[in-house]
Design a protein around this ligand. Sequence first.
Ligand SMILES: [Zn+2]
Length: 191
Amino acid sequence: MRAAFPEFRLGNVLATSFTGTLSERHGNAVERIPTPQRLMDWLTVNGLAVDSCTAAQLDLARELRESIHAAATAAAVQDALPASAVHVLNDCSAQGRAAAILTPQGKRQWRLGSASCVEDALSVIAADAISIIAGERDGKLALCASPTCRAAFFDTSQSRTRKWCDMNTCGNRQKKARFNANQRKNPSPAE
Ligand SMILES: [Zn+2]
């Protein structure tokens, strides 16, 4: 039953949506691509559908994911990029074949080199991460303010002051925590 798996968090940025498939890295981590099928589901949702996925390909995907996370985190705090993470990113970027295709409606789609090739899909994700980390795109890498999350996200807000990777999860939780703390400080007379 698919409903038994944790849902995906969908963002606008491919690379950080991908790193978001593991959330709460500093709390009770939630693995959102626990099986090859779930990685295939995630790729389909993100316009990178593949026909099959092996356990080894899932491992490779997770290795890329954690490398993007490490490199993006370092970039967000202006640390030196970890060499091993850069190596994995570059390998994944170089190993896949994918072409950008323009649809008649003027949208960009990805055509993978072969329908069964997870590596092709990963190369698109790696290239997306590289463009963000290299500062080519309009926005700024930042770390989520939630202490149990600390996800690297790409802030495209005009003021560049976004605090949370995701308003609906981390942002909301923070708001609730603040509300509860205030309730404790100023209990209503009924309590
Ligand atoms: Zn977060």
